[in-house]
Design a protein. Structure first.
Length: 111
């Protein structure tokens, strides 16, 4: 394995899902510069954080009870929201085309 492939390898602390996304995006968009790889790592860490928070929210419910038995939003809702925003910001900074291609009539993307 050459040096070029070594630097493209997904960081070991990422989940299997994040590593699959890493490999797919690195290959599809040919990301190999240091800044791009750092943005990819940031995106995939945010992806993992978002998925972990979502799993706990799914387990506990979107509301939890406080010590007075009052319903309140699950504390990880903010973590999930913020991680999603970080993921989208990192993908946007990578200039990935997130708009699906349209072959038929309709409004152009970005309108």
């Amino acid at each position: 394995m050459g040096l070029d492939m070594m630097k493209r390898k997904a960081p070991g602390h990422l989940s299997d899902d994040a590593r699959r996304w890493w490999r797919r995006l690195i290959a599809e968009y040919r990301i190999d510069d240091p800044a791009g790889l750092l943005l990819m790592q940031t995106a995939m860490e945010a992806f993992d954080r978002m998925k972990a928070a979502a799993a706990e929210i799914a387990r506990d419910g979107q509301t939890v009870r406080d010590r007075f038995e009052q319903a309140k939003p699950h504390p990880l809702l903010a973590t999930e929201r913020d991680a999603r925003a970080q993921l989208m910001a990192a993908l946007k900074a990578l200039n990935l085309d997130l708009e699906p291609l349209r072959d038929g009539p309709g409004r152009p993307g970005g309108s």
